[in-house]
Design a protein around this ligand. Structure first.
Ligand code: 13P
Ligand code: SF4
Length: 303
């Protein structure tokens, strides 16, 4: 089936099912185009909360769809590919976190949303890349166990006074950006603005003009008078930036980085998801209740 035909069929089914399609910034442009909303993890969690939709088709990795389900227990939440999971989220289990809590009694647990629901349920509060510093600043007391991303933990650690106990997880996409690649790209484009996602290594963060979530990068580039940007994040966002701002140049330092887990979702999968109402995301009731407390504490901070 041709792409435009598929997009038309998706639009028809979406209307028929009264479904909302939420899409993460790392999805391919054809999938972004059929979305009702394209954004970063925090924006998508907020859209999901406000949705009240009977059906949500979530084009992103599983923890994002799970978050939408936890925040909308009465909605049917579908993910077009059941194997679109985030390897960083899978680096920590609820048992790993319980063991860490036992070795640091009295610590508060802040978990990145890039975790599975049972880890959120074991946590006190969640955060995203857009609000991690604000969330940790809001915590009274400490120390703070920060899971699972060691690089985001290090970024937060620089900005807060409280002791941070990091978990040793990482994102295989962002952890591969090298400081040398940023330095070389900056030499070739001395006027470029360097935008870095906080999942990158500390030595890459050190070279940033701005450290931002994916949608934070998009907003920054829209408002900036600069013409060239070195953007250390996944390629889907650079594609979105290039399409929305054709007069500006967006380059990945070193080679382009792809999240193959995000990219598993193709337009055909979105169509099948709506047509056959697959694959439904479920979370057991007790885990869902406990995980919702951590997510709602984050949402209440409003940063
Ligand atoms: P954002 O919330 O910044 O979109 O990041 C999500 C993510 O998984 C980055 O790898
Ligand atoms: Fe997970 Fe990294 Fe992919 Fe984001 S880019 S979904 S953190 S593997």
């Amino acid at each position: 089936m041709a792409m435009s035909e598929l997009a038309e069929k998706i639009a028809g089914l979406k209307k028929e099912r009264s479904a909302l399609i939420l899409v993460h910034n790392y999805q391919t442009l054809d999938v972004q185009e059929v979305g009702d909303f394209v954004g970063d993890s925090l924006e998508l969690a907020r859209k999901a909360t406000a949705a009240g939709a009977g059906m949500i088709v979530f084009c992103g990795v599983r923890f994002m769809a799970e978050t939408a389900k936890i925040l909308n227990p009465d909605s049917k939440v579908l993910i077009p590919r059941p194997d679109a999971t985030c390897p960083m989220a899978d680096m920590i289990t609820a048992d790993d976190l319980s063991a860490l809590k036992r070795s640091h009694p009295g610590a508060v647990v802040c978990s990145y949303v890039n975790t599975n629901a049972d880890v959120k349920a074991e946590s006190d509060i969640c955060c995203t890349s857009a609000n991690a510093v604000g969330v940790v600043e809001s915590i009274e007391g400490g120390p703070v166990i920060f899971t699972p991303d060691r690089n985001l933990a290090s970024f937060v650690d620089r900005s807060v006074d409280v002791e941070i106990i990091p978990y040793d997880g990482y994102c295989y996409v962002h952890d591969r950006f090298k400081a040398a690649d940023v330095i070389e790209a900056k030499m070739a484009h001395p006027d470029a603005v360097v935008l870095v996602h906080p999942e990158c290594r500390p030595e890459v963060v050190d070279l940033a003009d701005e450290v931002l979530s994916t949608s934070g990068m998009l907003r920054y580039a829209r408002e900036s008078s600069a013409r060239v940007f070195l953007v250390a994040t996944e390629e889907g966002l650079l594609e979105r930036m290039g399409r929305e701002m054709p007069d500006k140049v967006f380059l990945s330092p070193g080679s382009a980085r792809f999240c193959y887990n995000m990219k598993k979702i193709r337009l055909e999968d979105v169509y099948r998801s709506l047509r056959d109402e697959v694959y439904e995301v479920t979370v057991d009731a007790e885990t869902m209740e406990r995980a919702r407390v951590s997510l709602e504490r984050m949402m209440a901070i409003g940063k």
